[in-house]
Design a protein around this ligand. Structure first.
Ligand code: ZN
Length: 685
């Protein structure tokens, strides 16, 4: 089955582990908080200070090493023209939520931030131990620390985690929400609503029922769930009775009216119920599902998927303000809607005609895409993520459904049937604890320009200039905050670099499932070099290949684009050889630089694999893989580019073969693991 979300399955927990998981108390224990920075009454006398102030940390950290941040090279070329050769390029993969083996250093106080640019104090900051002043590595401004960094020796400063570790998590004590109280009541945790297609044939339905029963048994008892079915109407199941499956039915042909929704939300029905109270009835509901009865082909059946998701959003929101105990409560983290679909949305808002040959299809599709994107954005505004899990052979019209998943921060996945792989993904989707309000800020030395960001987010327009006069950060609003996400960031030299080091700082702010505000700060220093060979030796072939592949796939929207991109990969390889390779004597040919010899092989696999080649059957499948790939972590991305090739040996063992050795042997079975799909070569003798 396709390991799509994360492997292995993790229990629902904080996606960003803050050492031993301690819920509320830590974040709210202290009412007092340190100001983020003190007034700038120090002149910027950096040049002279440089000599006086030894850095708090020596060369103890290996350059460019952090599990959340992977650079395409561990050194930078000083020379602008060579550094910016676009065929190779320079960039970094940032996985904000990736767990680290040791866990991050957790700091229970507000960070010190540069008054001028907003960067955080870090292990490379020069500190004036007499006055506690620290110098910003990004803009060189000198900042105060409220005396906190006053020390008798620089050794003493190592007690500050942010001055000794490249990765720290600040749990912020500054209380931005006056009406806020810690939520200890599990009933307020973010719910999961299943939105289920009721137009399935018997075989599909049986598979789905098994998956749903297993899902019910896997959900933690305190998780609140809701169950909605859709066909030509929307059925919202009511958990009031513990031993009867009963539902309220709403017409599916138009968006539900305010009256209808009010009737639901303020009525007596219970549509979201914790699993411990509703397990029996949930099993009952799933057992009572019946196969589609009418004699209508799969693709033409009325499915009001759009209306059903609208209803799910309304139920999760509930009454606009919950005034119990006189305070506004909001669930921590993101709520989740999981759509289980066996066919296209053909009825009601956001629908398309069931046949491509419908004279109005292109226009209807355009309208439907816009509508779905708007619904996804609305869900996102209410911190609801919509995942769409499709199965079966009936086309689901991926171009229409994908925007709903994307705009809400969710994923769309295709499955062959509703069986085991679907069931596993259903459980993973519900277990993906998602934080919310994520913001990724990138700050780097003035030598470096961020040219492109690929990943599950959009540019944020946040004006911090009230607080920081010259904040040049690139800010990205994250649609959801999850462990398996990744941003691919391309960069260039602005000019020839004079200094020996360049600094990069990535700051990720988010609210975790316990509503604590976290700021994760990662600071990396990379050395600069003149020597092309030294630079090439520091190139990380696999990271470079993933960044190149993401840039390429961004352009490969349609199948014909994908074919064009195959050609650009060939040209890219030639260009790298001519710019960085050596000329073969008495020839116009260039030898590819041996320092990065793995890169062409990886790009070769990209060219013929499922992302750009024709190895997967349908263009819809390629399009779904492309969307997953653009947001996927380094490990999954690499596997999607270059497969693992395993040969089956007699006796049931597998032997790994080099993936380029795909000349199939006539007497063995070969398995190709492409991350999301497994291809099996069986020999018929
Ligand atoms: Zn600064």
């Amino acid at each position: 089955g396709p390991p799509v979300f994360t492997s292995p399955v993790r229990p629902a927990a904080v996606p960003f582990r803050t050492s031993p998981v301690t819920p509320q108390p830590v974040a709210f224990s202290s009412g007092s908080s340190l100001p983020t920075s003190s007034p700038p009454h120090f002149p910027n006398g950096s040049a002279e200070l440089q000599q006086q102030l030894p850095g708090a940390t020596e060369e103890s950290m290996p350059a460019g090493e952090s599990p959340c941040v992977l650079f395409s090279a561990h050194k930078l070329l000083k020379h602008k023209k060579l550094a910016n050769v676009p065929s190779l390029g320079f960039g970094v993969l940032v996985s904000p939520g990736r767990e680290t083996s040791t866990g991050p250093q957790v700091i229970h106080r507000d960070p010190h931030r540069c008054h001028n640019c907003g960067a955080y104090s870090n292990l490379y900051s020069n500190i004036l131990i007499g006055s506690g002043q620290w110098q910003c590595v990004i803009c060189r401004n000198l900042n105060g620390s409220e005396g906190e960094y006053i020390a008798s020796s620089k050794e003493e400063l190592r007690n500050f985690p942010e001055l000794s570790s490249p990765l720290v998590d600040f749990i912020q004590t500054g209380n931005k929400r006056p009406s806020f109280v810690p939520v200890t009541d599990s009933r307020t945790s973010a719910p999961v609503v299943l939105v289920i297609d009721e137009c399935l044939d018997e075989a599909h339905l049986q598979h789905l029922q098994s998956s749903l029963h297993a899902f019910v048994d896997s959900v933690p008892p305190t998780t609140r769930i809701g169950i909605i079915l859709y066909g030509s109407t929307v059925s919202v199941y009511d958990f009031t009775e513990e031993s009867i499956a009963s539902a309220d039915v709403i017409p599916g042909g138009t968006s539900p009216t305010q009256e209808t929704l009010k009737g639901l939300i303020y009525g007596t029905g219970i549509y979201l119920s914790p699993m411990h109270a509703s397990k029996e009835v949930a099993h009952l509901i799933f057992s009572s599902l019946r196969p589609y009865k009418l004699n209508v082909p799969e693709v033409s059946r009325d499915r009001c998927l759009g209306t059903a998701v609208e209803v799910a959003v309304a139920i999760i929101q509930g009454p606009s303000v919950d005034m119990s105990r006189g305070v506004v409560k909001r669930p921590g983290g993101n709520s989740r809607i999981i759509v289980c679909a066996g066919g296209p949305n053909t009825y009601g808002p956001g629908s398309v005609p069931h046949s491509y040959t419908h004279p109005n299809y292109p226009h209807r599709e355009k309208t439907a895409i816009k509508w779905m994107e708007r619904l996804g954005r609305e869900a996102h505004q209410h911190n609801i993520v919509v995942d769409i899990l499709c199965a079966g052979t009936c086309p689901v019209r991926v171009p229409v459904l994908q925007p709903l998943a994307n705009a809400s921060g969710g994923v769309l996945v295709l499955h062959d049937d509703f069986g085991e792989a679907f069931g596993v993904n259903l459980q993973r989707a519900s277990a993906r604890a998602a934080s919310s309000h994520g913001l990724l800020e990138i700050r780097c030395s003035d030598d470096i320009l961020v040219t492109q960001v690929v990943g599950p987010g959009e540019e944020a327009n946040i004006d911090t200039h009230e607080t920081f006069k010259n904040d040049m950060a690139v800010s990205i609003q994250m649609l959801s905050v999850e462990e398996t996400q990744c941003f691919s960031i391309s960069m260039q030299n602005k000019h020839d670099i004079k200094s020996d080091y360049v600094f990069f700082q990535f700051a990720i702010q988010y609210s975790n499932v316990y509503q604590a505000d976290i700021a994760r700060v990662i600071t990396i220093r990379l050395p600069t070099v003149d020597s092309v060979s030294a630079y090439l030796q520091s190139v990380q072939d696999e990271v470079a290949a993933v960044i190149i592949a993401k840039r390429t796939l961004l352009q490969a929207k349609s199948y014909s684009d994908a074919i064009d991109m195959q050609t650009t990969i060939d040209e890219r390889i030639k260009d790298i050889a001519s710019k960085f390779g050596s000329q073969v004597p008495k020839s116009k040919l260039y030898r590819f630089p041996k320092e990065i010899s793995l890169l062409p092989e990886l790009l070769f696999h990209l060219r013929r694999g499922p992302l750009l080649g024709s190895i997967v059957g349908h263009e819809d499948e390629r399009s779904v893989l492309r969307n997953l790939f653009l947001n996927a972590s380094f490990d999954l991305s690499l596997r999607m580019i270059a497969p693992r090739c395993l040969m089956h040996r007699e006796g049931g063992t597998f032997e790994e073969l080099p993936a380029y050795d795909l000349a199939m042997q006539s007497d063995t079975a070969v398995v190709l693991d492409h991350g999301t799909d497994v291809f099996i070569w069986l020999v018929c003798k």
